[in-house]
Design a protein around this ligand. Structure first.
Ligand code: AFP
Length: 337
């Protein structure tokens, strides 16, 4: 019998135990973050269960509404948004919420307020719902640094001020990837226990990868550096192998693969979308935070992504993120401009 393996199997590090362990390193901590996270985890479990049942429960289909980005909202988007907003408000630990699905920020009523602000995309990649491809929830957390009435200014802060970020991927397994600023850790939902168990401690992205991930259908509208970079991926002139192309079109799935296997994920600006497509607060920042914590980089084409200061809650930005050396190459091409 393999006693070491058995000990591992019987000493389960749940996400709550993990965060409580982290919390014990800060004697002044009162457990607010642990409580907030447990509400986010609850939201993820609910959405995971809804996504799994979607086909059966006839939840798939249009809800007859469009969101502020002009996109069709699916029933699962509406449901996921409701679940997360209610879970976050009822945690009693939040003051400002920004969701991809809501035009305006939500300000929590005074009696339920707490010291955190949460920005999130409750169900990213929703155009993939109908074909069963992996989708996910993305979130970033800021602290409220004053006791005055909260405003949107409390979330219009650079990503480097986030205290935590993560995503939950609803795929062949349900996985929550989290960073509280001390590395990146992955937890897989054990459906029989209903608990997220630490399965991927201290994830480090390889320094260089052999995969690039981009919607190449937009190539005719790209700028010079992006065009040159993708050309280099396909036809390297330095004797290295050409990179493979992988693109799901669901940011959580594409970033998750990039984090584990290395390589680069690009959503550049193009002539039609000069600011790219992805949203700064709840797509670009959380994923950039995770990439940096895993040893990679995230770049906008102009600067370090986490140094952006958003002016609007639904602002967009071009983004290039992934392995350190791969992002270094695209930075060099933009520097030549
Ligand atoms: P949807 O939620 O509309 O499916 O958009 C997903 C997304 O915001 C992000 O998850 C993808 O990386 C990106 O858009 C894909 O965009 P393209 O379809 O333009 O490649």
């Amino acid at each position: 019998m393999d006693h070491a393996a058995d000990a591992h199997r019987t000493d389960l590090m749940t996400i709550t135990r993990f965060v409580l362990n982290e919390q014990s390193k800060y004697p002044e901590s009162r457990g607010d973050f642990t409580i907030l996270l447990s509400h986010i985890v609850l939201g993820c479990k609910f959405v995971c269960s809804a996504v799994n049942k979607a086909g059966l429960a006839k939840l798939i289909g249009l809800a007859g509404e469009t969101n502020i980005q002009g996109e069709e909202q699916k029933k699962l988007d509406v449901l996921s948004n409701d679940v997360f907003v209610k879970a976050l408000v009822s945690s009693g630990r939040t003051s400002v919420l920004v969701s991809e699905e809501d035009e305006e920020a939500t300000f929590v009523e005074p009696s339920k307020r707490g010291k955190y602000c949460v920005v999130f995309d409750p169900l990213d990649g929703s155009s993939n719902i109908d074909c069963g491809v992996s989708i996910g929830t993305i979130f970033g957390i800021y602290t409220l640094d004053h006791t005055d009435e909260p405003t949107t200014e409390d979330v219009l802060k650079p990503g480097n001020e986030m205290v935590a970020a993560g995503y939950c991927m609803y795929g062949s397994s349900c996985m929550l990837v989290l960073s509280t600023g001390t590395g990146v850790h992955g937890f897989t939902l054990d459906p029989s226990l209903g608990e997220f168990i630490l399965t991927h401690p201290d994830i480090k992205i390889p320094n260089k990868g052999n995969i690039y991930s981009v919607n190449e259908g937009n190539a005719q509208n790209w700028d010079g550096p992006t065009t040159k970079y993708v050309e280099k991926c396909k036809f390297p002139k330095d004797g290295s192998h050409a990179k493979s192309l992988r693109y799901v079109g669901s940011m959580v799935a594409d970033v998750h693969r990039t984090l584990l296997y290395g390589g680069i994920f690009l959503y550049p600006a193009d002539k039609k979308s000069p600011n790219g497509k992805l949203r700064v607060l709840y797509e670009v920042f959380p994923m950039s935070f995770l990439m940096e914590q895993a040893g990679g980089q995230a770049f906008t084409g102009k600067k370090r992504a986490l140094d952006l200061v958003p002016e609007k809650i639904h602002e967009r930005s071009p983004i290039f993120l992934g392995s350190y050396d791969d992002v270094e190459e695209i930075k060099a091409l933009y520097a030549e401009e």
